[in-house]
Structures are given as C-alpha cells and as structure tokens.
Design a protein around this ligand. Structure first.
Ligand code: SF4
Length: 371
C-alpha cells in the first residue's frame, strides 16, 4: 500500500486522538518512572499550601475534583490507548507500541507531539503501561469512599497497571481510620509518598508544616499497618546551622518509630519566592557548608534504627567521592538498612575526608540562580 493510502487508513484514529484531553499536573516524584508513569490529576494543588520552603503550588487554589470528572479522565486515557493500539495493528505492529507507531501517528499530524496528554499516554504505553501516579499534593484528602471508587475504576479501565502511587500528607494520614486506609490499599493504591521534611517539633512549627512529630508517627505507622509501601522524604539542612543537631536526631527518632519502606533524602535549597528564602537572604537562616551537611547526615544515619531502604535519589545529594564521582548512588532503591548502614557511614566519612571545595556548595547554586 502507498504511504498516503496507508496513513489514510488511520487518519480517523489520529483525528480522534488529537481531540482527547484529560487533566495532567506538573509534579511527581522522580522515582515514579519519569515518562513511564501515566499521570492523572485527581485533586488540584495543595489543600495545606503553607510550608515556608515550598513553591510548588503557591498562589494556586486547592480544587477537590468530582469523582465523575476523574473517572471521565480515566476513560479518556483508555480511549486514547485503544486508538493508539488500533493504529499499531493497522501498520502491522499488533500488540507493540514502538517508534514505528509514533512515526505513523506523526505522519498524519506532526503537532500531535505537542499535545501533552498524547505524549503522556504514548510514553506510558511505550514503557509498558505499568505504573500510574495520582497527582497533586494530598490524594488522601479525598473522602475514602470516593478515592476507592476512583482506584477501582482506574484498575478496571487500565488493567496493565501493576503499581499505582500518590502523594499525601502525614497529617491527613493521621486523621484517616486504619480500616479506610486498608480499603484504599485494597482498592489498588500501592505506594504513598510523604514529605516528612523533619521530625523536630520546633522546626516543624517554624516551617509551618502543619503537623506534629506525634502525628507524623501516627500517620506513618497507620500507613505501614495498612500495607502501603511508604516513602518518607526528609530535608537535610532544613534547620540550617541554627538547628542542625535537633533536626538530625529528631528526624531519626520519628523515622525509627515509623520504619517506612523508603527514606529519601532531599537536601534543602532555599528557593526564590518562598518565605524561607527571605530568611536566608536576610541572614536569619544560615545554610550549611557541604561538610556541615555531611556531618548532619552522619548524625541522622548513626541514629537510624530501621529496616527501610535509604535513598539519595535526587541530584541535590551532590556530594563528591574521592574519585570525583557522586558519593552516594542515586538509585531509587538506595541502600538496604541495617545491612548497608555501615557502608553508608563509610561513604560519609569518605566525603568528609576530601577537601570541602571539591563538593558542590548550595550557596554557589543559589548565587548562579540555577535553582
Ligand atoms: S504540604 Fe507539600 S505541597 Fe503542600 S505546601 Fe507543604 S510541602 Fe508544599
């Protein structure tokens, strides 16, 4: 068949695809597959939105989306999937989603690539259609029965999914009943990501996290008891030089009590447009040098008594080893504790033993305006 005749055979599919759209947000954790996850925005922005270090949803009102709208978005993804698969079949690639399929689609409509919904669905299929991330900042804020309805619909409509994950807050987890969390887990939510930041009550108040360490522990323990894979993110240097030790010790204390599946390090960077950036600029908060940050990390790790995986899966964990490479692996599965606690402490000692100027200093990055 000539190529013109060929692409006429799937022109109708492409026209249908280009008219489809669903809500996709901006943020997801790096460990959630890059372009390999389908992103679905089940609420919009953050219901709390008061943390002094966070710029993610500033000025954006929280929107509680109706269940019917979310289900309609899921149906739209399915329609897109079916159209793409039909085109794959028409060009002799039955069951495969590869570059030939993309070329065929773009030969009809080159602008399809600029359609964010299409790119999201195509990349997800290209990587096997296995994972979904439910956006935005706090999915557990949904009424449990509604979240369950969404999850069941998602699992039924997109049956290739093997993992569904989302963000939530410790405070919200602490307010949920264990039976509800179990039912949400059973309906198909596998993993939740929580911004712990610190376990120090004084610092939690200062950064206006809206939760106490007791609530963090309560929420985290409930999530683990409900069977979720729980990722807790902490922020080295959030307390600056002023509060580094209490931050390290109390963060370890809270994480020990929760014993989450994952502990992920996200070193603090004051970001322009946040309240904490003003504190930094006006000298009320002093960020630590690379060695001081490592010292804080050392205290936190020494105090950790968990069976979690401890991860440095973000480029702000930018310390250098003695050969000039990265000190820590940035693998999403990180280091298994307690087995790899001593090797991690050994790496910290290695980082402390080399000249401090060989590490990247957060102040240089801020000055360069690269963050
Ligand atoms: S709860 Fe999370 S998303 Fe909301 S303001 Fe705090 S850090 Fe930002």
């Amino acid at each position: 068949m000539a190529s013109g005749a060929k692409n006429n055979s799937y022109r109708e599919n492409v026209e249908k695809i280009s008219k489809l759209s669903f809500a996709v947000g901006v943020y997801r954790p790096p460990s959630e597959g890059g372009s390999a996850s389908i992103l679905l925005r089940i609420t919009e922005n953050c219901p709390w939105n008061k943390c002094t270090f966070c710029e993610m949803y500033k000025g954006q009102p929280f929107v509680y989306r109706p269940v019917e709208d979310i289900k309609a978005d899921i149906d739209t993804v399915r329609l897109m999937v079916d159209e793409i698969r039909e085109v794959a079949g028409k060009i002799g690639q039955e069951g495969k989603i590869n570059r030939d399929v993309l070329r065929a689609l773009l030969s009809v409509d080159p602008y399809l690539n600029d359609n964010h919904c299409f790119s999201t669905v195509f990349s997800w299929l290209y990587y096997g259609g296995k994972t979904a991330f439910l956006q935005d900042a706090d999915s557990m804020i949904m009424r449990p029965l509604e979240l369950i309805e969404v999850l069941k619909h998602l699992r039924k409509t997109l049956p290739t999914l093997t993992r569904v994950t989302s963000y939530t807050r410790s405070k919200t987890l602490s307010q949920r009943k264990l039976e509800d969390l179990k039912a949400i887990r059973e309906a198909g939510l596998d993993r939740i990501h929580v911004g712990l930041e610190t376990g120090d009550d004084e610092l939690l108040k200062i950064v206006r996290k809206g939760v106490t360490s007791a609530e963090q522990i309560e929420g985290g323990k409930k999530a683990m008891a409900a069977g979720f894979q729980l990722s807790e993110y902490w922020m080295p240097d959030l307390g600056g030089r002023e509060r580094w030790r209490q931050h390290a010790e109390n963060t370890a204390r809270v994480l020990n009590a929760i014993n989450p599946s994952y502990i992920r390090s996200r070193p603090f960077v004051p970001r322009q447009g946040t309240e904490i950036f003003n504190d930094y600029e006006q000298g009320r908060l002093h960020v630590s040098s690379p060695h001081d940050r490592l010292e804080e990390l050392q205290v936190m790790i020494e105090n950790l008594d968990v069976t979690s995986r401890v991860c440095f899966d973000h480029n702000m964990n930018s310390w250098t080893n003695k050969n000039g490479g990265l000190l820590f692996s940035q693998d999403y599965e990180g280091y298994k504790f307690p087995e790899e606690k001593q090797p991690v402490l050994e790496l910290i000692r290695e980082g402390l033993s080399i000249d401090e100027s060989r590490h990247i200093d957060v102040k240089e990055l801020i000055a360069m305006g690269s963050l």
